[in-house]
Design a binder for this molecule. Structure first.
Ligand code: APR
Ligand code: PHB
Length: 394
């Protein structure tokens, strides 16, 4: 069997695996990234697009923000809309200048893949049958198949960055992990449309017919989402039906509404909250969606993944440079604190802004009071702003 040796085997070339690979590279640490999909698939995959201040700062420090700084759209606020009125929340004003940047996750991934390729370090696409071995020893290894050939990768550490459906989390003996999960009785139908954004900032809207979100990708492309049933069939949603529903749910009494244009991408995403504890087993460290999933309403998924691997890279660097394992030993506990804070916020944004079909009239009134309080109380707005713009990496 062909055998290769590295320091860190990284499973998955999503944002988590790619950011980790680059942070390790900057510290002179070798890694091999194994990805089961092909390069184009990984780059084209449409995902969310909100980068927290801390994620932008990290990408800048990594020297990877040249295109992000040129094409990303910095937003210092956002709108919450209900009962026909948009209310602005001044993210930057309430957080001492922290803001978000709109830049598609697929663009982040493209920049990261190009940076990885420029380093000349290994990133293998189209690998299959990845399996992890001897994780509870100091000499773990990974087996996989590439171009029909069985290969082995010996390493000191394995980083499980292979997303929710990956192999890493499932490679650990029964009983090691505890999982916490919660489903939601709705999903998001998302579209990309060739239409200039009519608002400079995002609009999160609760309407009697359900939630809708106005976002964007560029001065020419709008990104919009609608709350739908989890078992909704995309084929039942013609472009006309999508636009009708979006306009009804988003239009405000001052006449604001999104511009309509050709839809060039659409999809339905289920919503769930999921956490695995702990984030480590022996020499395997889980990061990103492999360890936790948040509903998209708080826009935390990519940012949480970035925070995980930032912490992991520092911990691995301390191990090699100073034989100091404190960072590795506290990786999980520190990560879980940030994860649960993000879970709390994402759950709150989701339950506050979606219309539950099983909600009673009492619940609907309470939900409106929640929103009313939010947009009138500086304390409530500050709380939202702090979580939405994101806490500093720690
Ligand atoms: N072997 C190798 N690669 C795998 C395997 C496997 N068995 N299983 C999955 N992968 C790859 C996937 O193809 C994907 O490219 O791992 C990668 C995981 O990437 P993401 O799903 O993007 O997860 P992550 O890097 O943690 O990024 C988190 O992505 O899904 C969004 O909402 C999420 O924004 C968040 C961010
Ligand atoms: C997006 O632009 O894709 C987006 C924005 C905000 C969210 C989720 C997704 O909460």
């Amino acid at each position: 069997m062909q055998t290769e040796q590295t320091q860190v085997a990284i499973i998955g070339a999503g944002p988590a695996g790619l950011i980790l690979g680059h942070l390790l590279h900057q510290r002179g640490i070798d890694s091999v990234i194994l990805e089961r999909r092909d390069r184009d698939y990984v780059i084209e995959r449409v995902r969310a697009g909100v980068l927290e201040q801390g994620t932008v700062d990290l990408l800048r420090e990594m020297g990877l923000a040249e295109r992000l700084d040129r094409e990303g759209m910095r937003h210092e606020g956002l709108y919450i809309a209900f009962d026909g009125t948009r209310h602005r929340i001044d993210l930057a004003g309430l957080t001492g200048g922290r803001a978000i940047t709109i830049y598609g996750q697929n663009e982040v991934v493209r920049d990261l893949i190009e940076a990885r390729e420029a380093t000349g370090r290994p990133l293998y696409f189209n690998v299959s049958n990845v399996s992890l071995h001897e994780l509870d020893t100091r000499r773990p290894f990974v087996r996989y198949i590439q171009d029909g050939t069985a290969r082995q990768l010996r390493c000191d550490f394995v980083a499980g960055c292979d997303g929710f459906h990956g192999v890493s989390r499932r490679s650990v003996p029964e009983g090691v992990f505890t999982t916490y999960e919660r489903g939601y009785p709705f999903a998001w139908l998302g579209i990309l449309a060739q239409a200039p954004p009519t608002s400079d900032e995002l609009v999160y809207s609760l309407h009697d017919r359900g939630f809708a979100l106005f976002s964007m990708r560029s001065p020419a492309v709008t990104r919009l989402y609608l709350q739908v049933d989890p078992d909704e069939n995309l084929d039942d949603w013609s472009d006309d039906r999508i636009w009708n529903e979006l306009l009804v749910r988003l239009r405000t009494s001052d006449g604001w509404e999104p511009a309509v244009g050709p839809i060039f991408q659409k999809g339905i995403t289920p919503m769930r909250s999921f956490v695995v504890e702990p984030m480590r087993y022996g020499r395997l460290f889980l990061a990103g969606d492999a360890a936790h999933i948040v509903p998209p309403t708080g826009a935390k998924g990519l940012n949480l993944a970035a925070a995980d691997v930032w912490r992991l890279a520092g911990a691995i660097a301390d191990h090699y440079a100073a034989n100091d394992d404190t960072g590795l030993d506290t990786y999980s506990a520190r990560g879980l604190q940030r994860t649960w804070w993000a879970q709390r916020f994402s759950w709150w944004m989701t339950s506050t802004l979606h219309r539950s079909t099983d909600g009673s009239p009492f619940d609907h009134r309470r939900q409106r009071a929640e929103l009313d309080y939010l947009v009138q109380s500086k304390a409530a707005m500050t709380s939202l702003a702090e979580s939405y713009a994101g806490l500093p990496l720690a």
